[in-house]
Design a protein around this ligand. Structure first.
Ligand code: SF4
Ligand code: SF4
Length: 279
């Protein structure tokens, strides 16, 4: 099959699952966690994956290492990183906009149950590719995935957002989020395959082009939205953000909402980049 045909076939399957899966629904409702996804592709040989081992740290693994760990030497010689963005629905974003200190219940459900759906999507895509005769692995579900403590805060052996950047899906933000054409309020995912698929061109001139602060020094709305003081004009403090999101928020609303990881996301709602690239 032509690499371009694979491009369309994979995107169609990801979009179908997001549209049809009952797991992409709020409890007792027809309302989806996520709207139609964006899908992009990066070559296994994209030099960015080697650069990440310098800019993030040498603990960050290249896609070929994930393939070879699962399928043996030589299996990571070529292929593709398939990436997707799951835009959070308008009603959930709206519910989180009014929050000052705590996320909304809908946001917390999306962070927990929506991410469980995202894991199901990772597994489904691996099965779909395997059934099509390709090798595939979801980095976040692999034995090689682990979190890593660094002087700046928690990092990991695979970054979904950096993969999405390589796949032309958006750029980074002052708040350390990832701004796509559907905005910053989303979850993202990836699967690595030995199938060669036409890469998505990167159209941005630099890593922060979609963020107004990085583009022209304006905005900074996310600074005021953060109740933890984790965002300043100097960037995002991972430790303050984590202490707030995985400490304060869990203590205050985790039990009431009945979820272990409610998230926070206040800096992703009520800001100009919430649902699109700000002009
Ligand atoms: S709110 Fe403004 S400064 Fe913050 S990430 Fe969005 S565009 Fe950038
Ligand atoms: S997720 Fe919450 S704590 Fe973290 S930077 Fe955004 S607003 Fe601040």
């Amino acid at each position: 099959m032509d690499p371009m045909d694979w491009n369309e076939r994979i995107a169609r399957e990801i979009k179908r699952l997001v549209r049809e899966s009952p797991a992409n629904r709020h409890p007792g409702s027809d309302s989806p966690y996520f709207d139609e996804p964006l899908v992009g592709y990066a070559s296994l040989h994209d030099p960015l994956f080697q650069e990440y081992r310098v800019s993030i740290g040498n603990f960050h693994l290249s896609p070929g290492i994930f393939l070879e760990s699962a399928f043996g030497p030589g299996s990571g010689r070529g292929g593709t990183v398939i990436c997707w963005i799951l835009p959070i629905s308008a009603s959930t974003r709206e519910s989180n906009r009014t929050g000052i200190r705590m996320p909304s219940r809908e946001w917390a459900y999306t962070r927990t149950h929506g991410e469980a759906f995202n894991n199901g999507l990772r597994k489904h895509l691996v099965d779909f590719l395997t059934a099509s005769g390709s090798r595939a692995i979801a980095p976040l579900l692999s034995d090689l995935f682990r979190t890593v403590e660094t002087p700046e805060g928690l990092s990991s052996t695979w970054s979904e957002r950096h993969a999405a950047y390589a796949a032309g899906l958006g750029t980074f933000s002052l708040s350390r989020g990832f701004i796509t054409e559907r905005g910053i309020a989303h979850r993202c995912g990836s699967v690595i395959t030995d199938q060669v698929i036409a890469p998505t061109p990167r159209r941005n001139s630099h890593f922060g082009e979609n963020c107004l602060f990085y583009r022209n020094g304006s905005c900074g709305a996310c600074i005021a939205r953060c109740p933890a003081g984790a965002i300043t004009r100097d960037g995002h403090d991972k430790k303050l953000c984590r202490d707030y999101g995985y400490g304060t928020v869990v203590r205050e609303v985790g039990e009431r909402y009945g979820v272990e990881a409610p998230g926070c996301g206040l800096c992703q709602t009520g800001v100009p980049c919430e649902a699109g690239i700000p002009g």
